[in-house]
Design a protein around this ligand. Structure first.
Ligand SMILES: *Cc1c(COP(=O)(O)O)cnc(C)c1O
Length: 451
């Protein structure tokens, strides 16, 4: 095929805040006609636009990358899938097939994991709000519960009395790992002595068996050193607990937070440079562990990595609905997908690919979504050739958090498709329609309209 001639352009360099790397290299137009060999147009014809598409191949590949990095360096590792990052059944099922347990942060997620067939003892129950009844269920089903606050200690002691058992529990810690702002709202603070107080409280109650420590230091952490600090502090604390209270700590759960290869707004380096490799994280974590553990002691290391595993496996295909010229002279496009279904647009500058060769000069433009809201901006400045109505844009990575944090505001949520390893395409979530939205509404008899 003949390549399309692209007229050279000179763009005025707007330096903005000075930085030695120049502007983001988003000038090159990138064409993508398929995802894992399945034509973009075929996907849209079958499922409509916009459409989330997940690559099973990429998902398994990312998981195995993380798994290998850690299991090669430490003999006792468990991976637990962070449901809130993406709790579509099909996505969870792929990761459970790969050997991940389930990490849930709410009663709803707990129920969803159980419904999918995950046994209770393969569930880690975190989160600051665990209703009493859900704790009863979790204790009965032998889920791993990581306690968030003193009230939860009391709740669990009550459950222990009610069921006549001694639940095995973990506590959530928060600590200074050099990451700012520090996440201090989950669990008990280490440096202030609060965490030790929690252990004292559990020991004096005598109704719970403390067997684990948990800590989730943040998300999209770009500094592997923070995990090194986290692990050392956790090991030190584990031995303090063992020596002073006789509780044997069987697992150290270091949470999630590893970054994906996405481009954070305001970070100029491309993700390939700015984001450390999984091996770097694994090396820091495992060598910190091995150097601080006592000889012969290999407690279970648990990882709850979400974003780093699923983000790059997700794409969003969206369609250009209209083009505009703003009073400022800036070109603008209206797309059929906005922040209603792309919550992460607030933090990321996505890769933007076009489904076809387009003639004409690239120019700066802004991408708007379909909402009647000023904040509905998918990209506030990118460079694209003149896109005719109907052009498909493929945005990525979008696999983390969007299909859980999406909202229904003024539009239906779109379909989600999964491309299997052999190119088979499955619908894993139907597009919504009016019945989904009105199903729970009740109109009082006296308000029935007789138009
Ligand atoms: C959200 C969350 C995770 C996953 O975080 P990522 O940044 O997506 O890896 C893991 N553990 C807990 C407790 C969480 O709240």
């Amino acid at each position: 095929m003949k390549e399309v001639y692209e007229k050279p352009v000179i763009l005025k360099l707007k330096t903005g805040m000075m930085n030695k790397f120049g502007s983001s290299p988003a000038y090159a137009r990138k064409v993508r006609k398929d995802i894992d060999g399945v034509p973009v147009e075929e996907l849209i014809e079958e499922f409509g636009s916009p459409l989330f598409v997940f690559s099973e191949k990429k998902l398994r590949q990312k998981f195995r990358e993380v798994k290998n990095a850690f299991t090669l360096r430490y003999p006792n590792v468990e991976f637990s899938w962070s449901y809130k990052t993406n709790y579509l059944d099909a996505i969870c099922a792929v990761l459970h097939q790969e050997g991940e347990t389930a990490e849930v942060v709410s009663e709803f997620e707990y129920e969803k994991a159980r419904r999918l067939g995950v046994p209770g003892n393969q569930i880690i129950y975190n989160g600051p709000y665990k209703p009493y009844d859900s704790l009863v269920t979790a204790v009965k089903e032998r889920a791993r519960i990581n306690i968030d606050h003193f009230e939860e200690i009391a709740d669990l002691e009550k459950v222990a009395d009610e069921l006549g058992v001694k639940p095995r529990v973990g506590i959530r810690l928060n600590m200074d790992t050099g990451i700012h702002p520090q996440w201090s709202r989950f669990g008990f603070n280490l440096e202030s002595g609060q965490a030790l107080d929690a252990v004292k409280r559990i020991a004096s109650g005598g109704k719970l068996e403390l067997v684990g420590l948990h800590c989730h230091i943040g998300t999209f952490i770009l500094d592997p050193h923070a995990y090194e600090v986290e692990v050392k502090k956790m090991v030190d604390f584990a031995y303090t607990v063992e020596d002073q209270f006789g509780f044997k700590i069987e697992y150290l759960d270091i949470g999630g937070g590893f970054p994906s290869k996405n481009r954070l707004k305001g970070i100029y380096l491309p993700p390939e440079v700015a984001v450390p490799s999984v091996d770097e994280f694994a090396e820091r974590v495992c060598s910190a562990l091995l150097s601080s553990l006592r000889p012969g002691d290999y407690p279970k290391l648990i990882l709850e990595s979400g974003r780093a595993i699923v983000d790059e496996a997700g794409y969003l295909i969206t369609t250009v609905h209209a083009a505009k010229r703003l009073p400022s002279g800036l070109k603008a496009y209206v797309l059929d997908a906005g922040v209603n279904i792309l919550f992460t647009a607030f933090w990321y500058k996505f890769n933007i690919e076009i489904d076809r060769e387009v003639h004409g000069t690239s120019e700066p433009c802004v991408l708007y979504g379909p909402l009647c809201m000023n904040i509905d901006v998918v990209d506030d400045l990118t460079y694209l050739p003149p896109l005719p109505r109907g052009t498909r844009l493929i945005l990525s990575p979008v696999g983390a958090y969007n299909v859980t944090q999406w909202m229904q505001f003024i539009r239906y949520r779109p379909a989600v498709a999964l491309i299997g390893e052999n190119g088979e395409v499955d619908l894993i979530r139907e597009a919504e329609d009016l019945t989904d939205i009105v199903r729970r509404e009740k109109l009082p008899e006296r308000l029935k309209l007789e138009w």
